[in-house]
Design a protein. Structure first.
Length: 452
């Protein structure tokens, strides 16, 4: 990818380690004057230092007083993270020492870096495509093994290569079609028959396969909103506590103990679950309980996964009526250690006991399978698109379908199909950043932390 021009090129600096006290801190400087700034802040030997080799140095103020000493590494561009000259200083992790050193680098000519500015420069200088840049943030924020694998896959360029490959394939098809439109006297085969439609369908198949990962991508990044609901005293709070591994919710035999929703996040075999414990559903005894039940209804409407808890030792109740929802629904029979009432015979459910812990392994497998995160479904490629990718792919899909409809019509003008194919081409190009605007970049990189 060719480097994009940046008319406002400056030298920036920021702390690249988390805020607070620690063993070490790292300050990164990047830009055309990075080495000169580091020279001014140290003993002046940085410009003569061997690239990519850590050397001990002291950062001194204008009066020669030592602010900190540590290791300094020089990465001349373009062989650096940002593609421009970079200097990294690793010193002691005290809050004051780090602040003083950064302040001195800024006094020597660097400017404070904004959120994601280092990664943004890496993108502008062709070191990363836009999907890889987003993968950096996903890698930092990953909370489970599967989300880490998906972020690593994106950072390695898997998604960028697949979308770029589809775009290149479409570009070749479009070029042939437009050549026939523009130069009819050259007797170019328009390939408006089976071959051309086959090529467009191949691209459409790639787009569809990526769109199929949208739900998985959202789940890995945001978690599965899992609502635990049911009648009072069936073990909803006990189930929450068992899944969390600690006593988060109050457990009592008194009906109506839980009156508000309680939310916690767990890692279930690589899948982040946002567990929501809700008030028991029944005729409310007072206004406060009624509000709790209303909140239960709202949580059900917003859920990705519903765990309906029932007491296996009591007769099967009539099914409660709730608002329509697209959430996946799993029935869970608790208190199986007390014996199962005959009315539950033949009912498909996960059977367990929050007292003994029996059945929780099977529940974990059932949840994983219901979300299609088994090894067969997920595989090793771990491509998981985000909302931005999904919007661009949906635009590309609509344009490809419109082009196919025109190509199937022998009486249609091929120029109309070419317009749709160009629209699909632009939509696919937006994903790795082949086509974009400053507004789009601003939105993406504003979510990054400073120093990255």
């Amino acid at each position: 990818m060719e480097a994009l021009p940046d008319p406002h090129r400056t030298t920036i600096a920021a702390v690249a380690t988390p805020p607070g006290m620690g063993a070490v801190s790292m300050i990164r400087i990047s830009g055309p004057a990075a080495i000169r700034v580091a020279d001014l802040a140290t003993d002046g030997r940085v410009s003569r230092q061997e690239p990519r080799c850590a050397r001990h140095c002291r950062v001194t103020d204008a009066g020669g007083e030592i602010l900190d000493d540590g290791l300094l590494t020089v990465f001349p561009g373009p062989r650096s993270y940002t593609g421009e000259d970079c200097v990294e200083f690793t010193g002691h992790g005290g809050i004051l020492a780090t602040r003083e050193v950064l302040g001195h680098f800024l006094a020597c000519g660097a400017l404070p870096a904004g959120p994601g500015e280092f990664t943004r420069r890496a993108f502008l200088n062709g070191k990363l495509d836009l999907t890889q840049a987003e993968g950096v943030m996903d890698l930092i924020s990953a909370q489970t093994r599967l989300s880490l694998r998906a972020a690593r896959s994106q950072l390695e360029g898997v998604l960028g290569r697949r979308t770029t490959g589809a775009r290149d394939q479409l570009l070749e098809t479009l070029a042939h079609l437009e050549a026939w439109i523009d130069f009819p006297e050259e007797d170019i085969d328009p390939q408006t028959g089976t071959l051309l439609r086959s090529r467009v369908r191949d691209v459409l198949a790639i787009v569809d396969s990526l769109l199929d990962t949208a739900d998985q991508g959202r789940i890995l990044r945001e978690g599965v909103r899992t609502v635990i609901y049911g009648e009072p005293n069936v073990g909803k709070s006990s189930l929450l506590n068992r899944l969390l591994g600690f006593e988060r919710a109050i457990v009592s035999e008194i009906a109506g103990t839980t009156r508000d929703t309680i939310e916690e996040t767990i890692n279930l075999r690589g899948i982040p679950l946002r567990l929501v414990d809700t008030a028991g559903v029944r005729e409310a005894a007072d206004l406060i309980e009624a509000e709790g039940i209303q909140r239960t209804v709202r949580q059900i409407e917003a859920a990705d996964l519903l765990l309906e808890i029932s007491d296996a030792s009591r007769p099967k109740p009539e099914d409660a009526v709730f608002p329509a929802t697209a959430a996946k629904h799993l029935r869970v029979l608790n208190k199986c250690d007390l014996g199962e009432h005959p009315s539950w015979a033949g009912v498909e459910a996960a059977r367990l006991s929050c007292v003994t812990g029996e059945g929780f392994e099977a529940l974990s497998e059932t949840i994983r399978d219901s979300l299609h995160f088994g090894d067969v479904d997920w595989g090793e490629h771990a491509v998981a698109i985000n909302a931005r990718h999904q919007a661009s792919l949906a635009m590309a899909r609509n344009a490809l379908l419109a082009a196919l409809e025109l190509l199937d019509d022998a009486n249609s003008d091929p120029e109309l199909a070419a317009i749709d194919l160009r629209e699909a081409l632009d939509a696919l190009g937006e994903i790795p950043g082949r086509v974009g605007t400053e507004d789009l970049l601003g939105v993406i990189f504003s979510r990054f932390c400073i120093g990255k």
